[in-house]
Every structure is written in C-alpha cells, then in structure tokens.
Design a protein around this ligand. Structure first.
Ligand code: 9MR
Length: 356
C-alpha cells in the first residue's frame, strides 16, 4: 500500500526521504535498572503497562533500560502529533516516531499512537489550505491515512480525537477541524479514516479532568455514546488522569467505573499525580506524598474492578519524575512512580500492590 506523504497526497521526494529515514533507525543501547523494592510493574499487572516516551529518552541507556524493564506499551509523548509530523510545506516527517516504533519492536513492547486530531494543534500547512490543490477534507484524510497506515500492523491503538470536550464541560471545543468539517462530523470522519487505514487498531476518544469536573465527564460519556450511535468505529475511551494529590478519590473511582459502563475498552492513558497542583499555599509535602500514593492505589483498584476484557492499558505519563512534563510548571513536582534516579517510590509500591 502506498501512503500519502503530504497533505496533498504523494510526492516522490517525500517517498524517498521516508525510506531513508526508516533505514536510518537504530536500536538504542539499553541496560537494566533493577527496581529496589517493587518488581517490574509489567511483570505484576495482567494488563499492559504503558509509559509516555520521547525519542531522546531512548538514547539514554539508563532511562531506556528502565522503560524496557517496567513498561509493556509506549505512547509517544509528542512526536506522533501534528506539531512534529506536519512540516510547514505540508510534507510529513517520521524520523522520531519511527525511532520510538523501532525501539518498541526490538524490545517487544506495544506501540500506542497519540494523537491524530487535537483541537490544540492546527499546523500552518492545514491553516493555509486554499483548496486549489486538494480539499481540506482530502488533506485531513491523507494525514490520517499516512500516519495510521505507517504504523499499521504495529500500533495496537490510537487516540483518534483528543480533548474534544470544552474546558468547562459545556459542549465541545471549537477548533480548525470543527469549523472546517463540522463540530461532530470531523470526529466521525477521523474515526472512519483511522479504521480504513488500520482495521485492527483499537480507536479511542481521549480526554482529561473527567474526575475533576463531573459535568465534563457527563459530556464526554454522552459524546462517546453519540459517536457509537452514529456508527463511528470507536473501540475505547481514554481518561488521561492528570490529577493532583488532593483529588477526591471517590470521583476518580467513579470516573473509571462510569467509563467502563459504556462497554468499550478503557485506557487510563496519561496517569500522573501532581503534588504542586494540590490546593493550599503552605503545602505539607509529606502528607501530599501520602495522598499521592493513596491515589495511585485507588486508580489501580478502580482499574482492576473493570471486567478484564475492558482493561486496555494503564499508562503513566513518564516513569521518572525527572522527565515529567509537570517539571516545566514546577521543578519541585514529583508526580511519577519512579524518582529521578529510577528508584520506585511509595506510589509505585501502592499501585503494584493493587494490581498483583
Ligand atoms: O507531555 C507532553 C509535552 O511534552 C508536550 O510538549 C505537550 C504538547 O505536545 O503535550 C504533553 O502531553 C499532553 C498530551 O499529549 C495530551 N494531554 C495532556 C498532556 C500534558 O500536557
């Protein structure tokens, strides 16, 4: 199958470049980091244990060793998004996502694609489409076909539409995609195109703050039902679960349970528990760390309470605190299961106890 290499379809230059990029992929060196108190997470869980990764992480032998030892599934943290793949001239680049895919293959890990359509990213090449060469709808389809088609047979699933629900839970977000292709129709189309490109990949609707704002959760659940009713090929729902250490555990459990009631696969897709984001000016870090461990336990328990067949994966948004995106907000935050040296924390132990 020949896949489009730009928004406009195929160009010979892009095809040759893509082949060279693939040939250039090398297996990053790896070494094992033995966790001190907790067995490798993936050896305990009966479901896939995911982590977010960037291609640069895989060049670090210690970090890539930790990833290969602990995780059974990889989600590219940003390099499978439009911001990386779509060049300003409408061409596509795949070197970094290919490197992640190669690492997954070599180490026997699953690959999860993230993310096809996201309100937050509308590359200039899409913005500039004037319909003189291809229609917007055609470019949209070309993109999804190229990206999903490239990892066909390897990626076990995709976040097809990310963060579609409005911040306050009132309806859906406005985006380039909703304006050009319709607020609901652009989502249905995205699922259809992804299915055409890889019939075996499991297709997800993914969102955040579902445990924080019950109204947003309700809108998310209704949207998933509406997509199903419209015949969109949706297989699962993802709850990112970027939570703070003072999150109400009841709402966390309810979120995972209510998602399960849709009967679709459930992915805890970007789990982390921020200490810095907890309310309060004078923070008691020791208590917050205890709250964090308790939430790791609650999340694991709620996930285990789902029917086994619906447990798609539980993905941490990174393994070591040092790599967390939340460090950009507050360098003192420690949201992940492993400390900066790759040693498991109390949070990892609490999680591990509930899934074993
Ligand atoms: O953690 C990701 C960060 O490194 C990227 O710069 C950013 C933009 O691509 O995306 C972050 O991941 C987000 C994810 O893709 C969607 N849910 C929220 C995540 C944290 O912002």
């Amino acid at each position: 199958m020949i896949l489009p290499n730009s928004l406009y379809g195929l160009s010979r230059r892009a095809v040759v470049g893509g082949a060279l990029a693939l040939a250039g992929c090398q297996r990053p060196a790896s070494s094992q980091v033995a966790p001190v108190h907790v067995p490798p997470l993936k050896s305990l869980a009966s479901f896939p244990v995911g982590t977010a990764v960037q291609a640069v992480h895989l060049q670090d032998p210690v970090l890539s060793g930790l990833i290969a030892a602990q995780a059974s599934q990889l989600t590219p943290e940003w390099e499978m998004k439009m911001e990386y793949i779509v060049r300003d001239d409408g061409g596509f680049r795949f070197d970094a996502p290919d490197a992640i895919a190669a690492f997954a293959r070599v180490n026997g890990l699953r690959l999860f694609g993230h993310t096809l359509i996201w309100y937050a990213q509308s590359p200039p090449a899409f913005e500039a489409l004037d319909e003189s060469r291809v229609s917007f709808a055609e470019a949209y389809r070309n993109y999804i076909h190229a990206v999903v088609g490239r990892y066909r047979g390897q990626a076990v699933g995709w976040d097809v539409v990310n963060e579609a629900v409005a911040e306050d839970g009132e309806g859906w977000r406005d985006s380039l995609w909703s304006r050009r292709l319709g607020p609901f129709d652009h989502m249905v189309l995205a699922f259809q195109h992804a299915r055409e490109a890889d019939p075996a990949a499991r297709l997800f609707l993914n969102d955040y703050n579902l445990e924080w704002l019950p109204k947003k959760r309700a809108t998310f659940l209704r949207l998933a039902e509406r997509l199903m009713a419209a015949g969109a090929p949706i297989d699962g729902v993802g709850t990112q679960t970027h939570i703070a250490a003072d999150q109400d555990p009841g709402e966390l459990r309810r979120t995972i349970a209510e998602l399960g009631q849709l009967g679709l696969l459930v992915h805890v897709s970007e789990f982390d528990v921020s200490l810095s984001r907890a309310e309060g000016v004078f923070k008691d870090w020791r208590r917050l760390a205890e709250g964090q461990a308790a939430l790791y336990a609650q999340a694991a328990e709620a996930f285990m309470a789902l029917p086994a067949s619906q447990r798609f994966a539980f993905t941490f948004w990174g393994l070591r605190d040092a790599e967390s995106w939340l460090k950009r907000e507050d360098g003192a935050d420690t949201p992940l299961p492993f400390d900066e040296f790759g040693q498991p924390k109390a949070a990892a132990a609490a999680w591990a106890e509930r899934v074993a």
